[in-house]
Design a protein around this ligand. Structure first.
Ligand SMILES: [Zn+2]
Length: 286
């Protein structure tokens, strides 16, 4: 049996203000790579979920050790091919509508790029050179011409020069990571001054999550840290980002320069989905 690892609230760095939100609902022997990758089917496993009463952050603890989780991902047969076209088209819109936010469009990096569908969209949007990081060997094998620019493995182990990217994207991935704060810090290092990180993830306080409770698909064995509109900007701030743009309840872009503020870029197509800025509980600037 593997030793389970205790995780801590990313914001206050402790476990001393937590209460159990949901108890773990599986035993370790059931957690094969097949089950892990079939998370959208009937086996809906999650670890014990804790909620920090200080910070409102929600996270899985204890969790399987890093090596075991890494192995489950590498052998995962999860296939998003049918969804990727729709997702890429939807996510690229924000970038196309906000090109004014970019100081340049030379280099972009996608963390968790799969077979490179979104990287192709970035090229169409004018990025000169696109790079990707993807742990699934099977996905990378389908990336065609992009393969030479894709690092097969985890972002933590990928090495790029500092201050080199205009854009780093990370879609539905941050909540799968064992140490999202370190990953955000690394993203910040790799961005050029004024560069943008574009992050999309589940909102743990969304209406759907509140309605479905434990049955919500966001409470899943793949998700270690879950974020909301308050905790994600705070974590970005802790990592060193200075401007946070909220786009939809589950979408945010963070910028490397400027003042941390409740700032909203114009996004006409998405206006219908925008919440009023006042609904965001962003940290005070300064
Ligand atoms: Zn906390």
């Amino acid at each position: 049996m593997d030793e389970f690892t205790t995780t801590k609230c990313l914001l206050c760095g402790t476990n001393s203000h937590t209460k159990v939100k949901f108890p773990q609902n599986f035993s370790e022997k059931d957690l094969t790579a097949d089950i892990f990758s079939a998370r959208r089917t009937t086996e809906h496993y999650h670890y014990q979920l804790l909620e920090c009463q200080n910070c409102s952050s929600v996270f899985s603890s204890p969790i399987l050790p890093y090596a075991k989780i890494a192995s489950l991902y590498q052998h995962s047969k999860q296939n998003y091919d049918k969804e990727t076209s729709f997702i890429a088209e939807s996510y690229i819109q924000y970038i196309k509508e906000n090109l004014g936010l970019f100081q340049g469009r030379e280099k972009a990096l996608e963390i968790g790029c799969g077979s490179g569908f979104f990287l192709k969209e970035l090229e169409k949007a004018g990025f000169t050179t696109v790079y990707g990081v993807e742990p699934s060997e099977e996905a990378v094998s389908k990336s065609g011409d992009l393969k030479e620019n894709i690092f097969t493995g985890f972002f933590e182990n990928a090495s790029y020069p500092e201050n080199s990217f205009d854009l780093i994207t990370c879609f539905q991935t941050l909540d799968h990571l064992i140490d999202p704060l370190s990953v955000l810090k690394k993203i910040l290092q790799l961005l050029k001054p004024g560069g943008l990180a574009y992050l999309i993830m589940h909102n743990e306080k969304s209406l759907q999550a509140r309605l479905f409770g434990e049955k919500s698909p966001i409470y899943d064995v793949e998700h270690i840290y879950l974020f909301n509109k308050k905790t994600l900007p705070l974590l970005c701030q802790k990592a060193g980002f200075t401007t946070v743009y909220g786009v939809e309840p589950s979408e945010e872009a963070v910028s490397k320069s400027g003042d941390l503020k409740d700032a909203w870029p114009p996004s006409p197509l998405k206006t219908a989905f925008l919440k009023s800025p006042g609904e965001w509980d962003l940290p005070e600037s300064g």
